[in-house]
Design a protein around this ligand. Structure first.
Ligand SMILES: [Zn+2]
Length: 124
């Protein structure tokens, strides 16, 4: 069972920047892990995960083995997963970050594939 998420500090800062840049729209991406730490993001076109099954199908197929999670932003101060988010998390597995407005380091919440919150360890 996953209880903690380890993420590189530079990546976390970059994700916060992306969330601000995309505001008032949402951004979504896949997180690539190396040695147990999330190190890279691959931005997904078209915004939010799980809004349409077409989006989901397009993006589930080409994933590489190092992709162990997802990230997306919420343009409001709701850091909890929507019903579509939970559906997507359960299909995808892994861990999922939600960054909500105003996109400070305190506005990042990690969830497992069942929607349970996880601790985040920021790795310098
Ligand atoms: Zn969401």
């Amino acid at each position: 069972m996953i209880e903690r998420v380890r993420i590189r500090e530079e990546l976390l800062e970059y994700l916060l920047e992306l969330a601000r840049d995309f505001y008032p729209n949402e951004f979504a991406g896949f997180l690539r892990e190396k040695g147990g730490v999330f190190e890279e993001v691959l931005i997904a076109p078209g915004g939010h995960f799980g809004r349409t099954s077409a989006f989901f199908n397009t993006w589930m197929l080409p994933l590489d083995e190092e992709i162990k999670g997802t990230v997306h932003s919420h343009p409001d101060h709701v850091c909890s997963p929507s019903p579509q988010d939970l559906w997507f998390f359960s299909k995808f597995g892994g861990v999922h970050l939600i960054i909500c407005y105003p996109y400070s380091a305190a506005d990042v919440v990690a969830y497992d594939s069942e929607g349970n919150p996880l601790e985040i360890d920021v790795v310098p």
